[in-house]
Design a binder for this molecule. Structure first.
Ligand SMILES: NC(=O)c1ccc[n+]([C@@H]2O[C@H](COP(=O)([O-])OP(=O)(O)OC[C@H]3O[C@@H](n4cnc5c(N)ncnc54)[C@H](O)[C@@H]3O)[C@@H](O)[C@H]2O)c1
Length: 334
Protein backbone atom coordinates (compact mmCIF):
# COMPACT_ATOMS: atom_id res chain seq x y z
CA UNK A 1 0.00 0.00 0.00
CA UNK A 2 1.28 3.46 -0.91
CA UNK A 3 0.67 5.33 2.36
CA UNK A 4 -0.37 8.78 1.25
CA UNK A 5 -2.26 7.92 -1.92
CA UNK A 6 -5.26 10.13 -2.39
CA UNK A 7 -8.85 8.91 -2.35
CA UNK A 8 -10.82 10.18 -5.35
CA UNK A 9 -14.46 10.73 -4.39
CA UNK A 10 -16.77 10.91 -7.41
CA UNK A 11 -20.02 12.66 -6.53
CA UNK A 12 -18.39 14.18 -3.45
CA UNK A 13 -20.55 17.31 -3.74
CA UNK A 14 -23.68 15.23 -3.19
CA UNK A 15 -25.48 14.21 -0.01
CA UNK A 16 -23.70 11.00 1.00
CA UNK A 17 -20.43 11.77 -0.79
CA UNK A 18 -19.93 15.04 1.11
CA UNK A 19 -20.35 13.32 4.48
CA UNK A 20 -17.81 10.69 3.44
CA UNK A 21 -15.39 13.40 2.25
CA UNK A 22 -15.61 15.00 5.69
CA UNK A 23 -14.95 11.67 7.40
CA UNK A 24 -11.97 10.91 5.13
CA UNK A 25 -10.46 14.34 5.77
CA UNK A 26 -10.95 13.90 9.52
CA UNK A 27 -9.17 10.54 9.26
CA UNK A 28 -6.21 12.33 7.67
CA UNK A 29 -6.63 10.92 4.15
CA UNK A 30 -5.75 13.10 1.18
CA UNK A 31 -8.97 13.50 -0.80
CA UNK A 32 -9.85 14.82 -4.23
CA UNK A 33 -13.45 15.39 -5.29
CA UNK A 34 -14.82 15.11 -8.81
CA UNK A 35 -18.42 16.14 -9.47
CA UNK A 36 -20.44 17.35 -12.47
CA UNK A 37 -22.85 19.28 -10.22
CA UNK A 38 -25.88 17.69 -11.90
CA UNK A 39 -27.53 17.10 -8.51
CA UNK A 40 -24.72 18.13 -6.15
CA UNK A 41 -23.57 21.53 -5.02
CA UNK A 42 -20.04 22.86 -4.90
CA UNK A 43 -20.84 24.85 -1.74
CA UNK A 44 -21.25 21.54 0.03
CA UNK A 45 -17.55 20.83 -0.43
CA UNK A 46 -16.80 24.39 0.73
CA UNK A 47 -18.83 23.65 3.87
CA UNK A 48 -16.70 20.54 4.47
CA UNK A 49 -13.57 22.70 4.08
CA UNK A 50 -14.94 25.16 6.63
CA UNK A 51 -15.83 22.38 9.07
CA UNK A 52 -12.48 20.59 8.80
CA UNK A 53 -10.19 23.57 8.23
CA UNK A 54 -8.63 21.71 5.28
CA UNK A 55 -8.48 22.59 1.61
CA UNK A 56 -10.05 19.92 -0.59
CA UNK A 57 -9.05 19.71 -4.26
CA UNK A 58 -12.27 19.94 -6.28
CA UNK A 59 -12.47 19.09 -9.99
CA UNK A 60 -15.72 19.96 -11.78
CA UNK A 61 -16.07 17.15 -14.30
CA UNK A 62 -17.87 14.06 -15.47
CA UNK A 63 -16.90 10.50 -14.58
CA UNK A 64 -17.54 9.54 -18.20
CA UNK A 65 -14.54 11.65 -19.27
CA UNK A 66 -11.81 9.00 -19.27
CA UNK A 67 -8.96 11.38 -20.15
CA UNK A 68 -9.97 13.76 -17.39
CA UNK A 69 -10.15 10.90 -14.90
CA UNK A 70 -6.69 9.61 -15.92
CA UNK A 71 -5.24 13.10 -15.45
CA UNK A 72 -6.70 13.38 -11.94
CA UNK A 73 -5.35 9.94 -10.98
CA UNK A 74 -1.84 10.93 -12.10
CA UNK A 75 -1.82 14.46 -10.73
CA UNK A 76 -3.12 13.53 -7.26
CA UNK A 77 -1.58 10.03 -7.03
CA UNK A 78 -4.99 8.46 -6.57
CA UNK A 79 -4.79 4.96 -5.13
CA UNK A 80 -8.42 4.40 -4.18
CA UNK A 81 -11.79 5.58 -5.41
CA UNK A 82 -15.20 5.93 -3.82
CA UNK A 83 -17.79 6.10 -6.57
CA UNK A 84 -20.96 7.94 -5.53
CA UNK A 85 -21.66 9.77 -8.81
CA UNK A 86 -24.92 8.45 -10.21
CA UNK A 87 -28.53 9.21 -10.87
CA UNK A 88 -30.70 7.69 -8.15
CA UNK A 89 -34.38 8.56 -8.49
CA UNK A 90 -36.29 5.31 -8.95
CA UNK A 91 -39.38 6.81 -10.62
CA UNK A 92 -37.22 8.79 -13.07
CA UNK A 93 -35.38 5.59 -13.96
CA UNK A 94 -38.69 3.91 -14.80
CA UNK A 95 -39.63 6.82 -17.10
CA UNK A 96 -36.16 7.08 -18.67
CA UNK A 97 -34.30 3.78 -18.48
CA UNK A 98 -32.00 4.92 -21.31
CA UNK A 99 -30.75 7.82 -19.17
CA UNK A 100 -29.98 5.53 -16.23
CA UNK A 101 -28.11 3.03 -18.39
CA UNK A 102 -26.07 5.75 -20.09
CA UNK A 103 -25.44 7.88 -16.96
CA UNK A 104 -24.86 5.12 -14.43
CA UNK A 105 -23.72 2.13 -16.47
CA UNK A 106 -21.99 3.49 -19.59
CA UNK A 107 -20.28 6.33 -17.71
CA UNK A 108 -19.53 4.00 -14.80
CA UNK A 109 -17.77 1.56 -17.13
CA UNK A 110 -15.77 4.39 -18.76
CA UNK A 111 -14.82 5.56 -15.27
CA UNK A 112 -13.72 2.11 -14.07
CA UNK A 113 -11.77 1.52 -17.28
CA UNK A 114 -9.85 4.78 -16.90
CA UNK A 115 -9.20 4.03 -13.22
CA UNK A 116 -7.95 0.48 -13.85
CA UNK A 117 -5.77 1.56 -16.77
CA UNK A 118 -4.29 4.34 -14.63
CA UNK A 119 -3.39 1.81 -11.93
CA UNK A 120 -6.06 2.45 -9.27
CA UNK A 121 -6.26 -0.75 -7.25
CA UNK A 122 -9.19 -0.20 -4.84
CA UNK A 123 -12.74 0.85 -5.65
CA UNK A 124 -15.70 1.27 -3.31
CA UNK A 125 -19.04 1.45 -5.16
CA UNK A 126 -22.30 2.95 -3.85
CA UNK A 127 -24.82 0.22 -4.51
CA UNK A 128 -28.33 -0.10 -3.17
CA UNK A 129 -30.95 -2.35 -1.59
CA UNK A 130 -32.89 -1.75 -4.82
CA UNK A 131 -30.81 -4.58 -6.34
CA UNK A 132 -32.97 -7.09 -4.39
CA UNK A 133 -36.30 -6.02 -5.88
CA UNK A 134 -39.19 -7.61 -3.99
CA UNK A 135 -37.30 -9.71 -1.45
CA UNK A 136 -38.29 -13.32 -0.79
CA UNK A 137 -37.27 -12.97 2.83
CA UNK A 138 -36.28 -10.30 5.38
CA UNK A 139 -33.87 -9.43 6.85
CA UNK A 140 -32.14 -9.61 3.49
CA UNK A 141 -28.68 -11.21 3.40
CA UNK A 142 -26.20 -10.39 0.62
CA UNK A 143 -26.68 -13.90 -0.85
CA UNK A 144 -30.32 -13.10 -1.55
CA UNK A 145 -31.06 -13.32 -5.30
CA UNK A 146 -30.60 -10.05 -7.12
CA UNK A 147 -33.77 -9.24 -9.11
CA UNK A 148 -34.17 -5.48 -9.47
CA UNK A 149 -37.61 -4.24 -10.45
CA UNK A 150 -36.52 -0.86 -11.84
CA UNK A 151 -33.73 0.42 -14.13
CA UNK A 152 -32.01 2.21 -11.22
CA UNK A 153 -31.54 -1.05 -9.30
CA UNK A 154 -30.55 -2.83 -12.52
CA UNK A 155 -27.91 -0.19 -13.26
CA UNK A 156 -26.23 -0.88 -9.90
CA UNK A 157 -26.31 -4.67 -10.41
CA UNK A 158 -24.54 -4.14 -13.74
CA UNK A 159 -21.83 -2.01 -12.13
CA UNK A 160 -21.23 -4.66 -9.45
CA UNK A 161 -20.87 -7.26 -12.21
CA UNK A 162 -18.53 -5.08 -14.26
CA UNK A 163 -16.24 -4.68 -11.23
CA UNK A 164 -16.27 -8.45 -10.77
CA UNK A 165 -15.08 -8.98 -14.33
CA UNK A 166 -12.52 -6.16 -14.30
CA UNK A 167 -10.89 -7.81 -11.31
CA UNK A 168 -10.10 -10.84 -13.45
CA UNK A 169 -7.75 -8.81 -15.66
CA UNK A 170 -6.64 -5.78 -13.62
CA UNK A 171 -4.77 -5.89 -10.32
CA UNK A 172 -7.57 -4.32 -8.32
CA UNK A 173 -10.06 -5.21 -5.61
CA UNK A 174 -13.45 -3.65 -4.90
CA UNK A 175 -16.30 -3.42 -2.43
CA UNK A 176 -19.92 -2.71 -3.26
CA UNK A 177 -21.91 -1.25 -0.38
CA UNK A 178 -25.62 -1.87 -0.78
CA UNK A 179 -27.15 0.95 1.24
CA UNK A 180 -30.63 0.67 2.65
CA UNK A 181 -32.31 4.06 3.37
CA UNK A 182 -29.62 6.67 3.92
CA UNK A 183 -30.87 9.44 6.18
CA UNK A 184 -29.78 12.02 8.76
CA UNK A 185 -27.15 14.71 8.53
CA UNK A 186 -23.89 15.96 9.97
CA UNK A 187 -24.64 17.25 13.49
CA UNK A 188 -23.10 20.64 12.62
CA UNK A 189 -26.27 21.47 10.65
CA UNK A 190 -23.98 22.55 7.75
CA UNK A 191 -24.31 19.39 5.63
CA UNK A 192 -27.43 17.46 4.77
CA UNK A 193 -29.77 16.07 2.20
CA UNK A 194 -30.77 18.37 -0.65
CA UNK A 195 -32.40 16.48 -3.52
CA UNK A 196 -34.62 18.18 -6.08
CA UNK A 197 -37.20 16.77 -6.35
CA UNK A 198 -36.99 15.24 -2.88
CA UNK A 199 -38.22 11.66 -2.89
CA UNK A 200 -36.97 10.46 0.52
CA UNK A 201 -39.38 10.15 3.43
CA UNK A 202 -37.54 11.93 6.26
CA UNK A 203 -36.79 15.19 4.38
CA UNK A 204 -40.36 15.20 3.06
CA UNK A 205 -41.77 14.78 6.57
CA UNK A 206 -39.54 17.56 7.92
CA UNK A 207 -40.44 19.90 5.06
CA UNK A 208 -44.10 19.30 5.91
CA UNK A 209 -43.35 20.04 9.58
CA UNK A 210 -41.77 23.32 8.47
CA UNK A 211 -44.79 24.21 6.31
CA UNK A 212 -42.66 24.04 3.12
CA UNK A 213 -45.03 21.43 1.75
CA UNK A 214 -48.71 20.98 2.52
CA UNK A 215 -48.68 17.42 3.73
CA UNK A 216 -47.05 14.01 3.62
CA UNK A 217 -48.83 11.31 1.66
CA UNK A 218 -48.54 7.84 3.19
CA UNK A 219 -48.54 5.42 0.26
CA UNK A 220 -50.46 2.37 1.46
CA UNK A 221 -51.94 1.66 4.89
CA UNK A 222 -53.06 -1.93 4.27
CA UNK A 223 -49.72 -3.73 4.07
CA UNK A 224 -49.12 -6.84 6.14
CA UNK A 225 -47.12 -4.90 8.76
CA UNK A 226 -48.10 -4.02 12.37
CA UNK A 227 -49.52 -0.57 11.48
CA UNK A 228 -50.22 -1.30 7.80
CA UNK A 229 -47.51 1.06 6.43
CA UNK A 230 -44.21 0.14 4.73
CA UNK A 231 -41.17 -0.67 6.85
CA UNK A 232 -37.66 0.46 5.91
CA UNK A 233 -34.18 0.25 7.43
CA UNK A 234 -32.91 3.81 8.00
CA UNK A 235 -29.15 4.14 8.23
CA UNK A 236 -27.55 7.34 9.55
CA UNK A 237 -25.31 8.97 6.95
CA UNK A 238 -22.52 9.12 9.58
CA UNK A 239 -22.72 5.33 10.04
CA UNK A 240 -22.73 5.01 6.27
CA UNK A 241 -19.61 7.18 6.09
CA UNK A 242 -17.90 4.93 8.65
CA UNK A 243 -18.83 1.89 6.56
CA UNK A 244 -16.91 3.40 3.63
CA UNK A 245 -13.81 3.91 5.72
CA UNK A 246 -14.04 0.37 7.09
CA UNK A 247 -14.49 -1.03 3.59
CA UNK A 248 -11.44 0.84 2.31
CA UNK A 249 -9.37 -0.22 5.33
CA UNK A 250 -10.40 -3.84 4.74
CA UNK A 251 -9.28 -3.66 1.10
CA UNK A 252 -6.01 -2.07 2.17
CA UNK A 253 -5.51 -4.90 4.68
CA UNK A 254 -5.87 -7.44 1.88
CA UNK A 255 -9.55 -8.31 2.26
CA UNK A 256 -10.91 -9.88 -0.94
CA UNK A 257 -13.48 -8.04 -3.03
CA UNK A 258 -16.87 -8.17 -1.37
CA UNK A 259 -20.45 -7.01 -1.29
CA UNK A 260 -21.85 -5.67 1.98
CA UNK A 261 -25.32 -4.55 2.99
CA UNK A 262 -25.31 -1.33 4.97
CA UNK A 263 -28.30 -1.13 7.28
CA UNK A 264 -29.06 -1.35 10.96
CA UNK A 265 -31.14 -4.53 10.73
CA UNK A 266 -34.02 -2.64 12.38
CA UNK A 267 -37.09 -1.51 10.52
CA UNK A 268 -39.33 1.50 11.09
CA UNK A 269 -42.74 2.03 9.54
CA UNK A 270 -43.74 5.22 7.73
CA UNK A 271 -46.09 6.14 10.59
CA UNK A 272 -43.34 5.53 13.17
CA UNK A 273 -41.05 7.92 11.28
CA UNK A 274 -43.79 10.56 11.19
CA UNK A 275 -44.45 10.16 14.93
CA UNK A 276 -40.72 10.40 15.68
CA UNK A 277 -40.48 13.57 13.58
CA UNK A 278 -43.40 15.13 15.48
CA UNK A 279 -41.66 14.34 18.74
CA UNK A 280 -38.30 15.73 17.60
CA UNK A 281 -39.71 18.95 16.09
CA UNK A 282 -42.49 19.49 18.61
CA UNK A 283 -44.83 20.14 15.67
CA UNK A 284 -47.67 18.32 13.99
CA UNK A 285 -46.98 16.83 10.58
CA UNK A 286 -50.02 17.03 8.27
CA UNK A 287 -50.63 13.57 6.86
CA UNK A 288 -52.79 12.22 4.06
CA UNK A 289 -53.42 8.48 3.86
CA UNK A 290 -53.11 7.33 0.25
CA UNK A 291 -53.11 4.21 -1.90
CA UNK A 292 -50.17 1.86 -2.36
CA UNK A 293 -47.62 2.76 -5.04
CA UNK A 294 -46.76 0.01 -7.49
CA UNK A 295 -43.35 -1.54 -6.81
CA UNK A 296 -43.01 -0.73 -3.09
CA UNK A 297 -42.10 -3.89 -1.14
CA UNK A 298 -43.82 -3.95 2.30
CA UNK A 299 -40.61 -4.54 4.26
CA UNK A 300 -36.94 -3.86 3.40
CA UNK A 301 -34.55 -4.57 6.24
CA UNK A 302 -30.87 -5.51 5.96
CA UNK A 303 -29.13 -8.48 7.39
CA UNK A 304 -26.00 -6.49 8.17
CA UNK A 305 -23.96 -9.28 9.75
CA UNK A 306 -21.30 -9.47 7.05
CA UNK A 307 -20.22 -5.85 7.48
CA UNK A 308 -20.08 -6.27 11.27
CA UNK A 309 -17.51 -9.02 10.69
CA UNK A 310 -15.03 -6.42 9.41
CA UNK A 311 -15.53 -4.20 12.45
CA UNK A 312 -18.37 -1.87 11.51
CA UNK A 313 -21.25 -1.18 13.91
CA UNK A 314 -24.06 1.33 13.43
CA UNK A 315 -23.95 3.89 16.24
CA UNK A 316 -27.15 5.81 15.65
CA UNK A 317 -30.86 5.10 15.71
CA UNK A 318 -33.96 6.77 14.34
CA UNK A 319 -33.97 9.53 16.97
CA UNK A 320 -30.47 10.76 16.05
CA UNK A 321 -31.28 10.44 12.36
CA UNK A 322 -34.38 12.60 12.60
CA UNK A 323 -32.86 15.08 15.06
CA UNK A 324 -29.77 15.67 12.88
CA UNK A 325 -31.91 15.98 9.74
CA UNK A 326 -34.11 18.47 11.59
CA UNK A 327 -31.06 20.58 12.53
CA UNK A 328 -30.20 20.75 8.82
CA UNK A 329 -33.67 21.33 7.40
CA UNK A 330 -34.72 23.89 9.98
CA UNK A 331 -31.37 25.66 10.16
CA UNK A 332 -29.41 28.27 8.28
CA UNK A 333 -26.86 25.81 6.90
CA UNK A 334 -28.76 25.01 3.73
N1 LIG B 1 -29.61 8.37 -0.68
C1 LIG B 1 -29.88 7.06 -0.52
O1 LIG B 1 -30.71 6.66 0.32
C2 LIG B 1 -29.14 6.04 -1.35
C3 LIG B 1 -29.48 4.69 -1.16
C4 LIG B 1 -28.78 3.72 -1.89
C5 LIG B 1 -27.78 4.10 -2.77
N2 LIG B 1 -27.48 5.42 -2.95
C6 LIG B 1 -26.39 5.77 -3.89
O2 LIG B 1 -25.48 6.62 -3.24
C7 LIG B 1 -24.88 7.52 -4.18
C8 LIG B 1 -25.01 8.94 -3.66
O3 LIG B 1 -26.38 9.24 -3.45
P1 LIG B 1 -26.85 10.65 -2.88
O4 LIG B 1 -28.15 10.44 -2.22
O5 LIG B 1 -25.72 11.29 -2.16
O6 LIG B 1 -27.13 11.43 -4.26
P2 LIG B 1 -26.73 12.92 -4.72
O7 LIG B 1 -27.53 13.15 -5.96
O8 LIG B 1 -26.85 13.86 -3.60
O9 LIG B 1 -25.19 12.75 -5.09
C9 LIG B 1 -24.71 12.30 -6.34
C10 LIG B 1 -23.57 13.22 -6.75
O10 LIG B 1 -22.97 12.73 -7.95
C11 LIG B 1 -22.83 13.81 -8.88
N3 LIG B 1 -22.87 13.18 -10.22
C12 LIG B 1 -23.92 12.55 -10.78
N4 LIG B 1 -23.56 12.09 -12.01
C13 LIG B 1 -22.27 12.43 -12.20
C14 LIG B 1 -21.32 12.23 -13.26
N5 LIG B 1 -21.68 11.59 -14.38
N6 LIG B 1 -20.06 12.71 -13.12
C15 LIG B 1 -19.70 13.39 -11.98
N7 LIG B 1 -20.55 13.61 -10.96
C16 LIG B 1 -21.81 13.14 -11.07
C17 LIG B 1 -23.98 14.74 -8.58
O11 LIG B 1 -23.76 16.07 -9.01
C18 LIG B 1 -24.04 14.64 -7.06
O12 LIG B 1 -23.17 15.57 -6.44
C19 LIG B 1 -25.57 7.26 -5.51
O13 LIG B 1 -24.74 6.41 -6.27
C20 LIG B 1 -26.85 6.54 -5.10
O14 LIG B 1 -27.29 5.68 -6.12
C21 LIG B 1 -28.15 6.40 -2.26
Amino acid sequence: MRGMDAVLVSGGAGYIGSHVVKRLVEAGRPVVVMDNESTGHRETVRAVEALTGREIPYIPGDVGDGDGVRRIVEEYRVGAVMHFAAKSVVAESVRHPEVYFSENVAKGIAFFQALCEAGVSRIVLSSTAAVYGNPERVPIPEEHPVRPINPYGASKVMLEQVLGWLETTFPMRWVALRYFNAAGADPSGRLGERHDPETHLIPIVLEAALGRRERVTVFGTDYDTPDGTCIRDYIHVLDLADAHLEALAALEDGHPSAIFNVGTGLGHSVLEVIRMAEEVCGRTVPVELGARRPGDPPVLVADGGRLREIGWQPRYGLWEIVASAWAWHSGEGR
